[in-house]
Design a protein around this ligand. Structure first.
Ligand SMILES: [Fe+2]
Ligand SMILES: [Fe+2]
Length: 249
């Protein structure tokens, strides 16, 4: 139900995705950002392979980590190729992408996480990634090489999505659905906090600008008026005011 809603939302956001990927600089920036997220995710899953007590999960985590590290390389190589082919007249990579990345592995925590929670989190993240990458693959139809990268990565993400759920059902059959719901709720909450922090940052900046233009001018005007009233040059001090307030003599 929630994933169907997410897919509907992604379909509604399709024009926005198209706008983001339609710009050359943003495309490069997104690919390089994905490379970072995939590589970081791969390292975290490698750590999960080290700490899990389950031999089958260790093997699967290891394969998963290798896939994510390879995804990072694929995105990085494609981003670098586009960057080198970038038209010379462009200046500075525009950093504004209003949409989050495709994977969500950047929220991954390994230390102290039991396997069932980790698998539930990975399942939700991989499902979101598979949905997003399918959209991106369709959108970059003007760029066959980038499309091929998404096509290849998408196949792995679907495998990751499926194996994580199968393993969750194996190690935690009674609570597997609840675990997935909890992971989904936690992901929504983290996204909300991230968006709220970004909105708070924008509002804070707007308030500072308003204060600068509304509160500061009256004080500046009063200071100028007071300065005009001051007599020019030296001013004699009244005799009784000629003593230091801190002096003992
Ligand atoms: Fe991946
Ligand atoms: Fe993945």
């Amino acid at each position: 139900m929630a994933s169907a809603r997410g897919a509907r939302l992604d379909r509604l956001l399709r024009p926005l995705h198209r706008w983001v990927w339609g710009d050359y600089d943003r495309r490069v920036r997104k690919l390089l950002a994905f490379a970072e997220v995939e590589t970081d995710g791969g390292r975290d899953i490698l750590r999960a392979a080290e700490v899990t007590p389950d031999p089958l999960l260790r093997r699967l985590y290891l394969e998963h980590a290798i896939d994510e590290l390879r995804h990072g390389d694929l995105f990085r190589e494609r981003g670098a190729t586009l960057l080198h082919a970038r038209p010379a007249h462009r200046t500075g990579l525009f950093n504004g992408t209003p949409l989050p990345g495709g994977h969500g592995l950047d929220d991954l925590r390994i230390e102290g996480e039991p396997d069932h929670r980790l698998l539930a989190f990975l399942h939700v993240a991989e499902k979101a990634a598979a949905g997003r990458f399918a959209i991106y693959r369709d959108i970059v139809d003007d760029d066959p090489s980038t499309r091929a990268v998404f096509e290849e990565i998408l196949r792995d993400e679907v495998f990751h999505m499926n194996y994580t759920y199968t393993q969750l059902a194996r190690i935690s059959p009674a609570t597997c659905r609840r675990q997935v719901w909890q992971a989904r709720a936690s992901r929504v909450w983290k996204r909300y906090v991230r968006v709220a922090a970004a909105v708070a940052g924008v509002l804070g900046s707007a308030m500072l600008v308003l204060q600068y233009f509304i509160l500061l001018p009256p004080f500046a005007w009063m200071a100028k008026r007071a300065a005009r009233r001051e007599a020019a040059g030296w001013v004699p001090i009244a005799p009784h005011a000629n003593e230091s307030p801190t002096s003992q003599y």
